[in-house]
Design a binder for this molecule. Sequence first.
Ligand SMILES: Nc1nc2c(c(=O)[nH]1)N[C@H]1C(S)=C(S)[C@@H](COP(=O)(O)OP(=O)(O)OC[C@H]3O[C@@H](n4cnc5c(N)ncnc54)[C@H](O)[C@@H]3O)O[C@H]1N2
Ligand code: MOO
Length: 401
Amino acid sequence: MITVAEAEKQVLAQTKDYGTQSLPFEQALGYVLAEDLKADRDLPPFNRVTMDGIAVKHAAIENGIHIFRIKATQAAGDEPVEINEADECIEIMTGAVLPVSVDTVIRYEDVEISAGLASLHTQDIKKGQNLHLQGVDKKQNDVIAQSGQLVSPAIISVAASVGKTHLLVKKMPHVVIISSGDELVDVHETPLPYQIRKSNSYMVKAVLKQHGIDADILHIPDEPVVTKEKILHCLQHYDVLLLSGGISMGKFDYIPQALEELEVEKLFHKVAQRPGKPFWFGRHNNGALVFAFPGNPVATFMCLHRYFLTWLNAILGLPAKAATYAVLGKDFTFLPALQYYLQVKLQSNEQGQLIAMPVEGNGSGDFANLADTEAFLELPLERNDFKAGEVFKVWKFNHDL
Ligand SMILES: Nc1nc2c(c(=O)[nH]1)N[C@H]1C(S)=C(S)[C@@H](COP(=O)(O)OP(=O)(O)OC[C@H]3O[C@@H](n4cnc5c(N)ncnc54)[C@H](O)[C@@H]3O)O[C@H]1N2
Ligand code: MOO
């Protein structure tokens, strides 16, 4: 049996580039940019007014003028209107382009407007105030977002601003989530007393969706010929097979045999961890990867976060996620010689520390406990007693929603 660190190393050795694709920019959230985004013109593209009020030539104020005749009103989106006389002003709105004949904007709060005249209330007026000058943010052709960045809502807004209707992004791997076991019935069905509803696949699909992957779902009955046929089809049509269940020692666990017969090379089976000890990982010679997670829901969930998402991050070329650490909130003991992933609730205290409070639940079949917790605290393999106040690495899940 290998350690978590060894398993992670083997998983990360199986990275490859899945190419690029062009997507409508609105659909690119969560993907990784495969091109730089450049400013198509200066940002802002013109001297932009930042307060509703009046625009004047500052020299007029220096020469003692305090009452201005309103020549016109200019809204955002209007062509600029120029003044011809020193005592003229333009009533102007936020977002409008500053006419070249004026250089200063005075907000409505500092003027009184009556009968077509604007009288200044204040002497404190600086030349060039209330303006966002052309090109101060970025110059035309400057890079605003770089290839390799994760497309965030801010990057969607950048794409919209520069008129990029499509973005070149890294292709996500094509993933199928496979469940197995005749005890499982569909979600809309009423299970018999000895059956349960399929839930793991939907949980995995939801996590993948949060990471920009739209995975397919497949269920395989406990039948050897069908199992082999379906696995073969998946190996031919998908980059990654994410299996949940059917890999331990059960008499009806036909998946290991099918994988072996289909010449999927086993890279490892069993990791010194709980949950998730029977995790099986392999690769077909056509490049398809098989992450076969143990069927207990918490085991599947932990392995998905700990291994698959770490692998996904690596293939997308994203920098390794900075680890988050938390302080154990109360003493905890775990005796087996396995690296334990303790389910915890997280909260910050007034000292700015993240506190991890154990909510242990009833083992890896207790999927209800996942809904009550937010992270796994990774407790070192070589120890059994963990004291309140000690700091450990956390793997967050529900926390970022
Ligand atoms: N003799 C041994 N038995 C078991 C061992 C072992 O080492 N020796 N390991 C145990 C551990 S740890 C785990 S975890 C499970 C893993 O077994 P499988 O991966 O073969 O999973 P299944 O037996 O198919 O299912 C386990 C459990 O999870 C439920 N399940 C499975 N799929 C789903 C699904 N899609 N949605 C909801 N629930 C699912 C299934 O009904 C079982 O209750 O093996 C232990 N046994
Ligand atoms: O993975 Mo099993 O669920 O370790 O208990």
